[in-house]
Write a protein that binds this ligand. Structure first.
Ligand SMILES: [Ca+2]
Length: 98
């Protein structure tokens, strides 16, 4: 067993798993996000992004785009791809300010 405290990156990885699981288990399949679960996750965990998408059709388009295999449910791999893409956009925005 590792005795050192988890690193920031390890905490971030565990947090991603926990957040996905928290919302995926709310209804239906426990290992995927329905559209309602994905919307709630966006609203609660990515409020800035959610706010930016409100008031137009972008929110629905984003959710549809994230459902890569068009199953109607977002799997963990699709969630991670979405978070990775959004993180890259954030990183680009941060770097362009320097
Ligand atoms: Ca679910």
């Amino acid at each position: 067993m590792c005795e050192t405290p988890p690193t920031k990156l390890e905490v971030a990885m565990f947090t991603l798993c926990e957040v996905f699981h928290k919302y995926a288990t709310l209804e239906g399949r426990k290992d995927t996000l329905s559209k309602a679960e994905a919307k709630l996750l966006l609203e609660k965990e990515m409020p800035r992004l959610f706010k930016a998408a409100q008031g137009n059709e972008e929110g629905e388009k984003i959710l549809e785009a994230l459902d890569i295999d068009k199953s109607g449910e977002m799997e963990f791999k699709e969630f991670m791809l979405a978070v990775s893409c959004l993180t890259c956009i954030c990183q680009s925005a941060c770097c362009s300010k320097q």
